[in-house]
Design a protein around this ligand. Structure first.
Ligand SMILES: Cc1cc2nc3c(=O)[nH]c(=O)nc-3n(C[C@H](O)[C@H](O)[C@H](O)COP(=O)(O)OP(=O)(O)OC[C@H]3O[C@@H](n4cnc5c(N)ncnc54)[C@H](O)[C@@H]3O)c2cc1C
Length: 389
């Protein structure tokens, strides 16, 4: 029997991981990506133990191949530099089997794409619609191609056109109230061994060392959606220039970047869970299925989990009919991903507090929580996923 055919829409982390997992379990896979080429610039991404375990389950070493760094410690600080909570990564590795890592995003997606056969990913190929008449979907591209598929994976991101088309009653996205800047800077001379997120009043600044002498930096502030300054570098200096070391030194490095290399995204999550993560023979995954605030660093990690579970439920030989397998996929993934979405929104509200009394109470409560207890609080995220056999 010929291999079943899957069309994956979107070559982000979720789409590429799904494509690899399906390909390795015997599917014929094509990925269609609307961007003209793979991203060359961008930010970093943190990959937590749950995502690393999921990648291991499908034999993918892309995270480590992308040049990972494991800092000695990670935690939350105040804007004067005092640590509110901190854990040693060695303790995380002992508890979860593997320590979280951070990688430059373009290198990670390039390593994922390299795990697919040549030609499997087509850039500059936007999908305009998926028709699913009588259970045999046809994927239409902007170039006018019609691709017949046994399975369509909608990994088309937070604004998922396919989600709009197939769940028209869904309320869509909810603005978190914050904008986020991200940048990669060169700073091999700055010996920073900790990965930290610093909480101020309605603002946050994250510092993540990478293995190649660069740092992945991110920052957030509460603004109405669409607010943009003439020069994001100057705005970051205004907001964070007086925060603790090494933030001012890292802002100097941001000053050396082209302003276009400082990414800015307003933050949204899904206003409500989707009624199901599938419809007929179409499965949604990643941000298309359950966009979440970035506060737990889990959006990409959950996309990876989705991809591995989906492929695990879909053997290539027709043993599991696609609609039944997709119903099992929704059953396996909807509650977990929605719980993470809700938790990420809650943590974000805490990090975004602005009232001085509320901020003082928050900081006191975080500092009073023993680090060991704080780590245990991550158990459902990091240990709550077991790859399918
Ligand atoms: C500031 C910030 C920090 C974050 N930090 C982390 C972190 O540390 N760890 C973590 O796990 N997550 C993090 N996330 C979340 C993470 O970035 C996302 O959850 C993840 O990238 C989602 O991957 P995806 O593949 O679902 O979607 P995307 O990466 O958005 O990919 C979707 C792809 O589909 C393509 N596409 C869209 N429409 C079409 C179409 N019609 N035809 C063809 N292609 C199409 C798009 O061009 C895009 O390439 C962060 C997010 C933000 C905003």
């Amino acid at each position: 029997m010929a291999n079943r055919r899957a069309v994956v829409v979107g070559a982000g982390i979720g789409g590429l991981t799904a494509a690899i997992a399906l390909h390795r379990s015997g599917w014929h896979v094509t990925v269609r990506e609307r961007a003209p080429a793979p991203p060359l610039t961008g930010a970093g991404i943190g990959l937590a133990p749950n995502a690393l375990r999921a990648l291991d389950a499908i034999g993918v070493d892309a995270a480590r191949a992308a040049g990972s760094a494991v800092p000695e410690t990670m935690g939350v600080r105040r804007s004067d530099g005092r640590w509110l909570t901190r854990v040693a990564t060695a303790d995380m590795a002992a508890r979860y089997g593997v320590a979280p890592i951070a990688v430059p995003r373009p290198a990670f997606t390039a390593a994922l794409a390299a795990a697919l056969p040549a030609g499997a990913v087509r850039y500059g190929s936007a999908v305009t619609a998926v028709h699913d008449p009588e259970g045999s979907p046809i994927v239409r591209t902007a170039a006018g191609e019609d691709l017949a598929a046994d399975l369509v994976v909608a990994a088309d991101g937070i604004r998922s056109p396919l989600r709009h088309a197939h769940f028209p009653a869904h309320p869509g996205l909810h603005y978190i109230g914050e904008t986020a800047w991200r940048a990669l800077v060169d700073a091999p001379d700055l010996p920073i061994a900790a990965m930290s997120e610093t909480w101020g009043r309605g603002q946050r600044f994250g510092v993540t060392p990478l293995s190649d002498g660069r740092f992945y930096l991110y920052a957030t502030a509460l603004v109405p959606p669409g607010t943009r300054s003439a020069d994001p570098r100057a705005e970051l200096r205004d907001l964070f220039g007086s925060w603790h070391d090494p933030i001012p030194a890292l802002l100097d490095r941001i000053d050396r970047l082209d302003p276009a290399d400082v990414l800015q995204n307003d933050l949204y999550d899904l206003a409500a869970p989707l009624p199901a993560l599938h419809h007929g023979r179409i499965a949604w995954l990643g941000d298309a299925a359950h966009a979440m605030a970035p506060n737990l660093g889990q959006g990409g990690c959950q996309a990876i989990e989705d991809a591995v579970v989906l492929a695990g439920l879909l053997p290539p030989n027709g043993a599991a009919p696609v609609p039944a397998a997709l119903a099992a996929y929704t059953a396996a993934r909807r509650d977990r991903t929605d719980a993470v979405r809700v938790r990420a929104r809650r943590v974000g509200r805490l990090g975004a507090l602005r009232n001085p009394l509320a901020v003082a109470a928050r900081d006191l409560a975080v500092r009073a929580t023993p680090d060991r207890l704080a780590l245990r609080g991550m158990d459902d995220l990091f240990n709550g996923f077991r790859p399918p056999r």
